[in-house]
Ligand binder design. Structure first.
Ligand SMILES: [Zn+2]
Length: 725
């Protein structure tokens, strides 16, 4: 479909050029107008739609009071209070009960006699310019689980989680240790066909702009007969692995298959919706992509989502990291960040975040030019907390004047590689993962006042000067190929860890002959690099918390310089024999390298056997900043600030104009206050004006021939500045 549209555009484009030649009309003028028309023709509901809302309705119907007070009119009035431009509405829920008259499943009992209440709400929203996304829960379907035992996901002990004796499950406040959820297996074609039938029903009954499909991950390894068969058919191996050791090759193979299966499942759902309703946007929840530990990679899932979006509740640093990650992987902008209005999450039903906290979360996503979706939950009887809608409305009202400035491309010289295939587990016995190292690195950059991007997929990285990439597995081959191309073409690539042995051998030109036997090690800088490593030296080397590769270098390779070598402690960490009873001081100096500088094509690769950016201590953070200074120059960064450590700057360039967004990573226990600080931007030209938006108050600035520097005002949570050239 898109290819046909593009080819039509191209024909018109050629025709326009011929007409322009004949008429001698200013070419650029008409190209701009023509492209504007083209954009309008293809514009989608989600473009410029930044204020979104979802009311969880995972409500049972065993008590006839449940949802008895649900009212489309009241719901819509509340959406107006919240100033939203998009409402995600429940057409079905984890409970498996539908909010429409279904033939394939079961409608929620409260809708008997008012079957069209959700349809009314859909139509009311549409009639008033509020976009509608229909919510559907895949796999988490308690009604289907209970009704169709043959569809269930089965754990290694042969039981579904919901069927387990209560005494076997750790108790928790929110969901009886997961036993409220009935899990159906995505590898079961009968269940898939049931989902298709429900999609048919929803498409026929409702007129949404989009569908949102939730729960695209494996909550546990499934041992149902369909998974068993698929495993055998695809691998030829009898019996699904029962190992939970991520260093076990069988576990790893099973992990890869599960990620493939869930991705293929998402592909089937998207394709099915589009086969019936090509105009509908399909969004799958890709929040698992932003999580460490096992929840799935979402790489293939994201590829069939029209934009990246998903819910997280881990706080503002997680939100900042996720915004950068979603922004990097989304097929279309804006990406969508979802957060719960409850503190910390929906399991505290009556505990609402403070106004300042909601505002900080909204503006952190706004600072990245993303769309915010706030999640609230309905009361069992169907009433809604008006105070929550009012609070969301107050935060969204403050965002409205800024939305017209959500334009341009992010400016960052530094990026971090987030490997969707590598993020989940630490290999080699190390505790840290690609996810951990990326999050720590981003925190370091925020605290240093240096804008940073996240790269997760194969892409042109030429806009960056230095990219940090640690603990990547071979599975992230495409991302690794892009990173190597980046270095080949003149970029500086930092690689940490030894999870990918062939990569380490390729870039160092050496051979990995083993790993240290202890995970307490030391990085001993060569004399000329003591300053680079903050004064650590032969006698007092830098402690490394992890197993480190033993690399034998090719001494004839002039492209490789050793910055630091490995020093090991006198004894292993778990030995009772000791040199010093409290610690493991350095004792054995070796020639194995722990830090290398490698000429690679037109660029450089800096290799560290242990990813020191994972450490949160300031001394390690300073060494990382020293590396950036050595290879990029801290005084040469496109954007830098002297902001306090809890203020993040996200910068964009749109044509000749620069937008500088400063946002507080707000700790609810502190006062929401951003003091004045300095912002320095490489504008190359003398600006006409520097403005505080949206009021356009002019700010004094200094231009030194290359950089424009100005001082921000004291403010509360968010400020946006524009530099007009
Ligand atoms: Zn299964």
């Amino acid at each position: 479909m898109m290819d046909i549209v593009n080819s039509i555009d191209m024909c018109y484009f050629c025709l326009f050029k011929i007409l322009l030649f004949i008429k001698k009309i200013p070419y650029n003028f008409l190209v701009i107008n023509f492209r504007g028309m083209s954009v309008m023709k293809n514009s989608k509901w989600y473009e410029k739609n930044y204020r979104r809302h979802l009311l969880d309705m995972h409500i049972a119907d065993w008590d006839e009071s449940f949802l008895s007070e649900f009212s489309a009119e009241t719901y819509f009035e509340n959406l107006k209070r919240a100033n939203v431009t998009c409402a995600m509405l429940y057409y079905q829920s984890h409970a498996g009960l539908c909010y429409y008259p279904t033939k394939s499943g079961k409608m929620h009992g409260a809708f008997i006699g008012k079957e069209d209440e959700m349809k009314k709400l859909t139509n009311m929203c549409r009639a008033n310019g509020v976009a509608v996304v229909g919510y559907y829960s895949l796999n988490y379907n308690t009604w289907a689980h209970d009704e169709h035992p043959e569809w269930r996901m089965i754990e290694v002990d042969g039981c579904s989680k919901r069927d387990k004796p209560y005494s076997d499950i750790p108790q928790s406040f929110e969901n009886a240790g997961g036993r409220r959820y009935g899990l159906c297996c995505p590898n079961n074609d009968d269940y898939l066909n049931f989902v298709y039938k429900q999609i048919d029903e929803m498409i026929e009954y409702f007129t949404p702009h989009a569908f949102f499909f939730d729960m695209l991950f494996w909550p546990h390894q499934c041992y149902c007969k369909h998974c068993q068969k698929r495993w055998k058919d695809e691998t030829g191996i009898d019996g699904l692995p029962t190992s939970f050791d991520e260093n076990d090759p069988m576990w790893k193979l099973h992990y890869e298959r599960r990620n493939f299966w869930i991705g293929e499942y998402a592909e089937k759902i998207t394709a099915y919706v589009h086969s019936k309703a090509p105009h509908l946007t399909v969004e799958h929840n890709v929040s698992a992509a932003a999580k460490g530990g096992y929840f799935g990679t979402c790489n293939k899932v994201n590829n069939v989502s029209e934009f990246a979006g998903g819910d997280l509740s881990g706080g503002l640093l997680e939100e900042s990291v996720t915004c950068k990650m979603y922004s990097g992987i989304t097929m279309n902008q804006p990406f969508e960040y979802m957060f719960p209005k409850c503190e910390p999450s929906l399991y505290k039903h009556t505990l609402t975040k403070t106004d300042d906290h909601i505002e900080a979360a909204v503006f952190l996503t706004a600072a990245h030019h993303g769309a915010t979706l706030v999640i609230d939950a309905i009361d069992p009887v169907g009433t809604m907390n008006i105070k929550s809608f009012d609070a969301i409305g107050r935060a969204f009202a403050k965002q409205i004047p800024y939305e017209k400035y959500f334009v341009g491309e992010s400016i960052a010289d530094i990026a971090v590689a987030y490997g969707l295939e590598s993020k989940s587990f630490g290999l080699l016995g190390n505790k840290y993962t690609n996810h951990d190292t990326a999050v720590s690195f981003i925190k370091n950059m925020i605290e240093a006042g240096i804008p940073v991007d996240v790269v997760s997929k194969r892409k042109d990285m030429s806009k960056y000067k230095m990219v940090f990439a640690s603990c990547l597995w071979q599975d992230d081959k495409e991302l690794i190929d892009s990173l190597l191309e980046f270095a080949e073409n003149g970029g500086v690539l930092y690689v940490g860890g030894a999870e990918n042995k062939p990569l380490v051998e390729k870039i160092t030109g050496g051979k990995v002959v083993g790993m240290t036997t202890s995970n307490a090690n030391y990085l001993e800088p060569k004399n000329e690099f003591v300053e680079l490593f903050e004064g650590f030296d032969h006698d007092y080397p830098l402690q490394l918390d992890g197993y480190v590769p033993l690399i034998e270098l090719d001494k004839s390779n002039g492209n490789v310089r050793v910055l630091a070598t490995l020093t090991e402690p006198y004894t292993k960490l778990n030995d009772t024999k000791f040199a010093s009873i409290h610690s493991n001081p350095p004792g054995i100096h070796t020639d194995y390298p722990t830090a290398l500088e490698i000429d690679y094509g037109k660029g450089k690769i800096i290799y560290l056997g242990c990813p020191i950016e994972n450490e949160g201590y300031i001394i390690y953070q300073k060494i990382i900043r020293n590396l950036i200074d050595r290879y990029v120059g801290l005084s040469n960064l496109s954007v830098s600030t002297t902001s306090p450590t809890d203020v993040e700057t996200v910068a964009f360039r749109d044509g000749n104009d620069f937008y500088i967004n400063n946002v507080l990573l707000y700790d609810p226990k502190n006062k929401p206050h951003i003091p004045s600080f300095e912002v320095r931007v490489k504008t190359e030209s003398n600006p006409k004006r520097v403005l505080i938006l949206p009021d356009e108050t002019e700010v004094d600035f200094v231009f030194d021939g290359k950089f424009t520097t100005f001082t921000t005002r004291e403010t509360k949570i968010f400020d946006m500045y524009k530099i007009e050239i």
